[in-house]
Design a binder for this molecule. Structure first.
Ligand code: NAD
Length: 519
């Protein structure tokens, strides 16, 4: 194809896409003077019937019939919308804009999100902490400093084949609009990491945040969009529903513009997403067990258990939630825990804490009562738990622990509190079996402290978890003290693993027959 033809075709395609995308003055002439453009005086309006998929819309207009007739003002919102429908229409337009502006714009978006998360870590960390009132301020800030470790555009490398019949290229291409649900436990960090992954793959997205962590998310998304618009001219690449509800979740799931869901949360939202009829990538709940045998270094094990379990007051889905220790080293392990910043509760103190931290309802038949976590204690400081247990703590206490039975609610519930139940087991087999029971087959995360490769292998095989960390703290599984990369969304029941840009792509194959193999 001649250069003239190529450039002509590029111009025509660009013009058609521009028309379909409802391009405005703002999008076609991005401000580049360093300040965010003011909302247009007469806000541009794009019909909710706007463009997906672009080609079919142009020819038959059937998507215009299906979609709402409500006209949606898109300009000057910087990603924050009142309804799922508006947020989806705006994100669809942004997807078309990103498509035109190419890989350079994706790279710019990645750079902006990472640098703003870094720059605003203190203020946004505090904003999230003040709104949610869970976790630890220093760790809320630390999580935002980690966004720079999330993989972006460079992650996507095409796969190629070359042979006697020519060459074949498999490329990782975008879906379009992704609907994303974020948790209360790490609202801005999850959203920021998701934006890096999803936009790096060429998609736009709409967020439905947890209602108790939605204001801080909207603040961050506004800042991201302002900067992205200023630098690229793309408006609303990541949108959010300002006041998220179950209704807005349902509207997002039903919206025809949404091609894919990414859910980060507990069992209820995973179930709801899987029943929605849309393809869902689910980063679901965990209850990570730790098994400690008699071959490991107990001081190293104790320090690692405290580091992982105490992080953000044990809000991490990968965080150590219960410990199974071989009988012969259990006392020593508890001594090492106490020497390294953890405080032990006796049986009476444990009982008082258990009564406060769980509510017990009579089970249906059989007379067994069922424990559910008292949300007032989730992510609270160790001092709050200690008060319920009736003790005072030395300063800088990281976490509490106590010896419990294997069927204690602190073992089998995903409790997300700075408390670790320590369960004595008589053998490696029992330790692995109890770990398997406590993990509930979530297939999320498990940790072992052992230098016996047979024990390590046996536990890895039995639990079959997405993350399996040996001789380190759980965050090592996300590249923090171990090798690997970071994401705050670990897709467990649906199997995609630690999400990255490739998770949000369609694989497309391009085949050149008999040519372009050059040797
Ligand atoms: P949550 O399940 O209460 O809320 C998560 C999100 O789902 C929120 O946006 C919430 O509004 C929404 N939601 C909850 N129930 C819903 C329903 N029935 N229909 C539609 N939407 C619903 O969880 P949380 O307390 O915010 O976060 C903690 C949970 O998330 C834990 O279970 C933790 O293990 C899990 N989590 C998992 C990962 C992972 O990567 N696998 C990461 C972080 C948190």
């Amino acid at each position: 194809m001649s250069a003239v033809n190529e450039s002509l075709i590029r111009d025509v395609v660009s013009e058609v896409l521009g028309r379909l995308g409802g391009t405005s003055t703002a999008t076609s002439t991005p401000a580049r003077n360093g300040s965010a453009p003011a909302p247009a005086a007469a806000p541009a309006v794009v019909s909710a019937a706007a463009p997906a998929p672009a080609a079919s819309n142009a020819h038959c207009g059937c998507s215009a019939k299906k979609a709402s007739s409500v006209d949606v003002p898109l300009r000057g919102k910087y990603g924050v919308f009142a309804t799922a429908e508006e947020a989806c229409v705006a994100a669809q337009e942004a997807f078309q804009q990103l498509r035109q502006k190419g890989v350079a714009a994706r790279r710019k978006i990645e750079e902006i999100v990472k640098s703003l998360a870094e720059k605003n870590a203190e203020s946004w960390g505090k904003l999230e902490f003040d709104e949610t009132k869970i976790g630890r301020l220093d760790h809320k800030i630390a999580k935002l400093h980690l966004i720079k470790l999330v993989p972006g555009v460079d992650w996507l490398r095409p796969d190629a084949r070359s042979g006697d019949h020519g060459i074949t290229l498999e490329e990782y291409t975008p879906f379009g609009v992704v609907g994303a649900i974020t948790p209360s436990t790490h609202s801005i960090p999850t959203m920021s990491g998701n934006i890096v992954n999803i936009a790096s793959a060429g998609n736009s997205m709409v967020f439905n945040a947890h209602p108790s962590a939605a204001r801080c998310a909207a603040t961050a998304i506004r800042a991201y969009n302002e900067a992205i618009y200023r630098e690229t001219g793309i408006e609303n690449i990541a949108t959010i529903i300002e006041q998220p509800t179950l209704d807005s979740f349902n509207a997002l799931c039903k919206n025809e513009l949404v091609r894919l869901l990414l859910v980060t949360g507990g069992p209820a939202v995973v179930k709801a997403a899987m029943q929605s009829g849309k393809r869902a990538i689910c980063a679901g709940p965990g209850n990570p067990p730790v098994f400690v045998d008699d071959t490991c270094c107990l001081t190293r094990a104790a320090k690692a258990i405290i580091t992982g379990g105490a992080f953000d007051n044990n809000l991490l889905c990968i965080g150590e939630k219960e410990v199974f220790a071989l009988d012969q080293i259990a006392d020593k392990l508890m001594e090492r825990l106490a020497e390294n910043g953890a405080v032990r509760l006796n049986a009476a103190e444990l009982e008082r804490l258990t009564k406060a931290a769980f509510t017990f309802k009579e089970g249906q038949g059989g007379g067994c009562s069922q424990a559910s976590v008292n949300r007032d204690f989730i992510g609270k400081d160790p001092s709050v738990l200690a008060q319920a247990a009736g003790i005072n703590l030395p300063p800088n206490t990281q976490i509490l622990f106590a010896e419990t039975a294997a069927d204690h609610p602190f073992v089998y519930e995903e409790q997300m509190m700075p408390f670790l139940p320590i369960v004595r087991v008589k053998s490696v087999d029992e330790g692995i079996e109890q770990s398997l029971i406590a993990e509930h087959n979530y297939k999320h995360t498990a940790i072992i402290h052992s230098h016996d490769v047979e024990t390590i292998t046996a536990m890895a095989r039995a639990l079959d978890t997405t993350l399996f960390v040996k001789n380190g703290a759980s965050p090592a599984g996300l590249g923090l003290g171990g090798e690997g990369y970071l994401s705050f969304s670990i897709a467990t029941p649906t199997g995609e693993g630690i999400t990255n840009p490739r998770t949000f792509t369609r694989v497309r194959r391009c085949v050149m027959v008999d040519n372009l193999r050059i040797y």
